[in-house]
Structures are given as structure tokens and as C-alpha cells.
Design a protein around this ligand. Structure first.
Ligand code: PLP
Length: 393
């Protein structure tokens, strides 16, 4: 059975060009980039090329890019930098809709005595920059707001927020894991201090990330040991993945504008097709400020998990807004923060496309979904009015 992959915010297919670029570094070019010999030195040079490729994608200087093991490590490192470089200040501002890589680290810091402000979002998942500014006080050391949300695709006004925080002695970090490579991200001439990236969201392999740290900003190493990454992140480099990340960044930069149009056209076709054919369906999040590849749709009164299982039978991959934990369904913290009704949160599905998504795949999903939704509604334990209990036949 062929796979229809509409889960690109979870991870992406490694691009063939990326695999090709990586291959020599998994075979013949195995030298350690820190070695004195020429064999290792050539690997070192290729890592620096990859650094330049990643830097170009966000218009940074190569010296501002630190390779990490993933987006999560980049986020954790950014938060720890603020904590360690300014130990007297103990207040952090973030949002209620961050990825767990930021949110759970903030919970951890909260347990260690930090005061964390979790900003609310509106019904469309948007944040209020004025409210954010009002939350700043003399104790604030860091503001961390994601560039774009992984569940809804909603894009936040990051440059505006960073600009308004400038010169207040507060670090500004953004988790741009979902934004980079999908929309233009340009750190030059902004007041963004740190920005997280992850390779596997842009067709590089899993297990490689990067953190942009603005020149002149204080930095604290999270992984301590050898002198790799110019002394900022210890550990022998994941060479092949770094090379792959560089290639993926180069590809993303050259295709970004074209893909923004082609991918959003397919996303809109899917969204409109599903809204037209499935009753009681609604889009979650601000559709005017959204990643081109993402749509989050609630099919009310049914479980998203059940939809996923039915789609899975046809080889269609997507994600739901509730995750199974300890035997019960944990509703999405993002959709809950947006005040989406319980019956809609549980029936939400995220479809996320990529450059490899085809019109045939989209039309196949549009063709199958109405039947799946109808069938599951018949079986749904939720009444149409949202009151739980077995539905009367
Ligand atoms: N931040 C966001 C917004 C994400 O969507 C993800 C992954 O889903 C991460 C961070 C974590 O990245 P990684 O999987 O590379 O650790």
C-alpha cells in the first residue's frame, strides 16, 4: 500500500539530494573533524560549509550558528543560557501554546523557583503583544515565543515582539522549528537573540538541530566537554547529519517562494474540500497568519484518534489533537488554550503537507473523509449537542 504522508509537521521525508550529500560521510569520509590530519580536516571544512548553508536560510552569520542534536536541545540550551547568564533574574515569559520542548522546560524551572508567565492566546490562537509587554518586570530575564505553532500553523509577530523588547536587558528567544524553511525567516536587523531550528522538519534527517545566537550575546553551553562548535556545544559532531542539514537548508532556500505557493494551494484545496463535504467541520486557528502547509480541522462529535485509525487503513498519515496518555485521551493543550470546545478538540486532525504532496493524494483524502466521518458519527459516544452518552439509534 502506498503511503499518503500528510504529517510533515511531525517529521519529513529525507530529500534524495540530502541523502546523496550525506552518503560519503557515512562511508569513506569518516575522519574526526577535530583531528590535525588532512583526512579529518576536509570533514571540518565541509561542516563549516554546512554552517554557512544553514546561516543563509535565516540570513545569519555562520559564526552565529551552533549545531545541536535536535530542536529540543536548541530550545533547552536557549532557556538555560538565559538562566545561567543572568542568575539574579528569575522571571520568564512564554506562551501557553509552546511545544513541550519549551513548555516542560519552563515547568521544570518553575519547580526550581523561577516565576513563569504563560501568556494566554485568543480564540484564533493569536497572542497579544501589548499583554506580553505588560507582563515584563525588573525580574524578567527571558521571553520565549514560538515563531509558528506546530499544531495550528499560526504565525506569531516575532519581529514586532523582539523589537519592542529591545534594549530592555531581556533576552528574546524564538522556537522557529516549524517556521524555518516554510516561510521567510530573516534574523538580520531584528532583535531576536536566539532562534531554534530542527533538521527533520525541512527534509534533513532526525537528530540534528541548530541554535542561532546573535553575535555579542552572552551564551552558556548546555553540553559541556570538548571544544567542538567553537567551544559552545561539546561532543563529536554528527557529521553526516550536519552535511545533510546544510543541503536541506540550501534546497529550502532555493525552493521556498515557489513552495509557499504550491503547497498552500494544495492545503487550501484540502481544507475547502473537507469543509464542503463534511458537516460540522471547522478550521482551528488564524487562517490569515498561518504556515502554508498546515491545516487543523475539527470534525465535531467524533474522536480524532478514531479518524486517524481509519485513515491509517488507507495508508494516510496525519495527526490528532489529542494524545493517548495513561489509557485516556489527553486533549491538545494548544486547542484548549484557544478555548475550542471539548467536542471539537477531541475531533481535531492536523494535516501538514510538504513539497512532495501531490494533488492526487489530496483528492484521495477529500474523497475518503466524508464516508469516514459519517460512519464514525453513527458510532460516536458524543451526542451532536456535545452531551456525552451513547447516541440513540
Ligand atoms: N519545537 C517545535 C515547534 C516542534 O514542532 C518540535 C518538533 O515537533 C520541536 C520543537 C522539537 O524538535 P525536535 O524533534 O528536533 O527535538
Amino acid at each position: 500500500m502506498s503511503i499518503t504522508y500528510l504529517d510533515s509537521n511531525a517529521t519529513t521525508q529525507t530529500a534524495p539530494e540530502v541523502l546523496e550529500a550525506m552518503r560519503p560521510f557515512l562511508a569513506d569520509l569518516y575522519g574526526n573533524p577535530s583531528s590535525m590530519h588532512t583526512f579529518g580536516g576536509q570533514v571540518h571544512r565541509r561542516i563549516e560549509e554546512a554552517r554557512s548553508q544553514v546561516a543563509r536560510l535565516i540570513n545569519a552569520d555562520p559564526a552565529e550558528i551552533i549545531f545541536t542534536s535536535c530542536g529540543t536541545e536548541s530550545d533547552n540550551t536557549a532557556l538555560m543560557t538565559a538562566v545561567e547568564t543572568n542568575p539574579r533574574k528569575k522571571h520568564i515569559i512564554t506562551t501557553r501554546v509552546e511545544h513541550p520542548a519549551v513548555l516542560n522546560f519552563c515547568h521544570h524551572l518553575g519547580r526550581k523557583g523561577f516565576r513563569i508567565t504563560y501568556l494566554p492566546v485568543g480564540g484564533n490562537g493569536e497572542i497579544d503583544p501589548d499583554l506580553l509587554l505588560k507582563s515584563v518586570d525588573d525580574e524578567t530575564t527571558l521571553v520565549s515565543v514560538m515563531y509558528a505553532n506546530n499544531e495550528t500553523g499560526v504565525i506569531f509577530p516575532i519581529e514586532e515582539i523582539a523589537g519592542r523588547l529591545a534594549d530592555r536587558g531581556i533576552m528574546f528567544h524564538t522556537d522557529a522549528v516549524q517556521a524555518v524553511g516554510k516561510i521567510p525567516v530573516n534574523v538580520r536587523d531584528t532583535s531576536i537573540d536566539m532562534l531554534s531550528l530542527s533538521g527533520h522538519k525541512i527534509h534533513a534527517p532526525k537528530g540534528i538541530g541548530a541554535l542561532y545566537v546573535r553575535k555579542g550575546r552572552r551564551f552558556h553551553s548546555y553540553i559541556i566537554g570538548g571544544h567542538q562548535e567553537h567551544g559552545r556545544r561539546a561532543g563529536t559532531e554528527n557529521v553526516a547529519s550536519i552535511i545533510g542539514f546544510g543541503k536541506a537548508a540550501e534546497l529550502a532556500l532555493t525552493t521556498l517562494e515557489e513552495e509557499k505557493t504550491s503547497v498552500s494551494r494544495l492545503r487550501d484545496r484540502l481544507e475547502q474540500g473537507l469543509l464542503a463535504s463534511c458537516p460540522d467541520a471547522r478550521v482551528n486557528g488564524d487562517t490569515a497568519h498561518r504556515l502554508p502547509n498546515t491545516t487543523n480541522i475539527s470534525f465535531e462529535y467524533i474522536e480524532g484518534e478514531a479518524i486517524l485509525l481509519r485513515l491509517d487503513e488507507y495508508g494516510i498519515c496525519a495527526s490528532s489533537g489529542s494524545a493517548c496518555s495513561s489509557g485516556s485521551l489527553e486533549p491538545s493543550h494548544v486547542l484548549r488554550a484557544m478555548g475550542i470546545p471539548y467536542t471539537a478538540v477531541h475531533g481535531s486532525i492536523r494535516f501538514s503537507l510538504s513539497r512532495y504532496t501531490t494533488e492526487q493524494e489530496i483528492d484521495r483524502v477529500i474523497g475518503l473523509m466524508p464516508g469516514i466521518v459519517k460512519e464514525l458519527r453513527e458510532l460516536s459516544p458524543f451526542g451532536r449537542d456535545g452531551v456525552t452518552g451513547p447516541k440513540q439509534k
